[in-house]
Design a protein around this ligand. Structure first.
Ligand code: GDP
Length: 481
């Protein structure tokens, strides 16, 4: 049945593609990686003719018009572009983050670069942008795992030193459950809540550990409270097959329901139809939290990449109707450091990506890496201190942010010395902690979105960015050639 559905989807997709070329771009990343901000900035810069020198189609003036159109999938919520832009541009606050899947169609009219191209193509590309939580991708390994192995692995991970402390409450509750006792709805709910609280605690700032499956526990979308989500791993498991009305049997049924009603349809209906993918990562938060968080980010990225590699995984092979041929791994928020550190950030990200690619044994798509800021909230300057001239970044820190005992009011522009990233990425990957001499020393402040510049004629310019143009060139350049 899976295959028949895919075949229909594929035929429908191909038919529309003949009439007007479309490109489905997936935008993902773990929560708060910067998906919403990235999509808003991409669309804003294309609609308003932003400054994108490295995005050739735009900088050479071949794009005549870009505009929003009705999206093709009626059952998927629309990406709330207008609300997000109002927040960013008018209120200068960061928009609401991605909580579930959404979609937006941007149509680009352009003139082909070659005479041939101008004769052959209609010069119109529909870009379908699909925004979805990276947490949902981490569910892929569950498909080939039964409930007992899912439980065993969850318990093993919880025993690792980094997680042990935060897992304590959940382990205590799960240990107290006899797998053969009668199924109990209230207890199921408690187990779900305790496990979710543990997953949430792993993500807190100082730990900055990436999420573990089930992905919907932290990002439920519209499934909050449904039985397919009300389960959790057990510490003690029945020997052999559990009694049908027992606690473990109920957990198993719900786990299987989660896989067949939530995980599989998501991959089939959305992931299998993508042409290109950008994976956003908050590398700086991980770098700042230390080598364990960096290793953890690498692990999450490995698992994410595995979702785009049909071949090994038979479920994936059965559903993919087309192949993702380009993947961009992008570290956002580079505007929080001075441009002298941008290349360093990029090489750290490259190193994380290379290790993840090797571990995922990934091949088949071209993968590139960029350190960027979808929205640039700062500008650069220098401050003289004694005889030294220090590079600083200047922006309006958000109300309540603190640095060195000073608390900001959200209205005052301030110069901040952001610190340096280590010169070589190697230090971040060393086992047993970083070398203190090369430990990153970044001072983090969250800035408000920027005040948009106006030209002498009173025209408001589009959202400023760092290297968004490079990202666009990699993701779309060849489609607009
Ligand atoms: P999502 O969960 O992936 O949708 O993440 P968002 O796009 O909502 O971004 C999360 C937060 O990261 C935002 O509220 C901002 O504080 C910050 N952020 C995201 N992108 C940028 C950027 O390009 N520059 C800066 N300075 N901050 C960013």
């Amino acid at each position: 049945a899976d295959e028949a559905l895919i075949a229909l989807d594929t035929i429908a997709d191909r038919a529309t593609n003949l009439l007007s070329p479309t490109l489905r771009l997936g935008v993902t990343g773990l929560s708060r990686a910067g998906k919403t901000v990235f999509i808003s900035a991409l669309v804003h810069n294309l609609i308003h003719g932003g400054r994108l020198p490295m995005f050739e189609a735009q900088s050479s003036g071949r794009i005549s018009r870009a505009y929003l159109e009705h999206q093709p999938d009626d059952a998927v919520p629309r990406f709330q572009y207008e609300d997000h832009i109002r927040a960013l541009v008018e209120e200068r606050i960061w928009p609401e983050s991605t909580r579930a899947i959404s979609e937006l169609r941007l149509t680009i009219e352009y003139e082909s670069a070659s005479a041939w191209g101008r004769m052959l193509s209609r010069g119109k590309l529909s870009l379908d942008i699909v925004d979805y939580p990276g947490e949902w991708l981490l569910d892929l390994p569950l498909i080939s795992k039964d409930y007992a192995s899912f439980s065993k692995e969850a318990v093993e991970l919880a025993e690792l030193p980094v997680r042990k402390e935060v897992a304590r409450e959940w382990i205590r509750l799960a240990e107290s459950v006899d797998p053969n006792q009668d199924a109990d709805e209230l207890l199921a709910r408690q187990l779900f809540e305790a496990f979710t609280a543990y997953l949430r605690a792993c993500k807190e700032d100082t730990r900055a550990l990436s999420t573990l499956p089930p992905g919907r526990f932290l990002m439920p979308g519209d499934l909050d409270g449904s039985p397919a989500l009300t389960f959790g791993p057990l510490v003690r498991l029945a020997e052999g097959k559990p009694r049908p009305s027992s606690m473990q049997a109920m957990m198993e049924r719900r786990y299987e329901a989660y896989k067949s009603h939530v995980v599989k349809p998501f991959f089939r209906e959305h992931i299998a139809r993508l042409d290109r993918q950008i994976v956003l990562i908050d590398a700086m938060q991980a770098i700042n939290a230390g080598p364990e968080a960096v290793a953890d980010l690498e692990r999450a990225l490995t698992e994410i990449l595995e979702c785009f590699r049909p071949g090994r995984n038979s479920f994936l092979t059965s559903i993919f109707s087309r192949r993702i041929d380009r993947i961009l791994i992008a570290a956002t928020k580079a505007d929080q450091i001075h441009h002298e550190s941008h290349d360093r950030l990029q090489s750290i990200v490259r190193r994380i990506a290379e290790r993840a690619i090797a571990r995922a044994d990934f091949s088949g798509a071209t993968v590139d890496v960029v350190a960027m800021a979808a929205v640039r909230a700062t500008r650069e300057g220098t401050v003289n201190r004694g005889r030294e001239t220090l590079p600083v970044i200047i922006g309006t820190p958000m109300a309540g942010e603190t640095i060195g005992g000073e608390t900001f009011d959200g209205r005052t522009e301030t110069a901040i010395f952001p610190g340096d990233l280590p010169e070589t990425p190697a230090a971040l990957f060393r086992k047993g902690g970083t070398d203190p001499a090369s430990e990153p020393n970044i001072r983090f402040v969250r800035f408000r979105p920027p005040l948009l510049e106006r030209t002498a004629e009173g025209v408001t310019l589009s959202l400023p960015h760092i290297r968004l143009d490079r990202a666009l060139q990699f993701l779309l350049g060849d489609q607009l050639a």
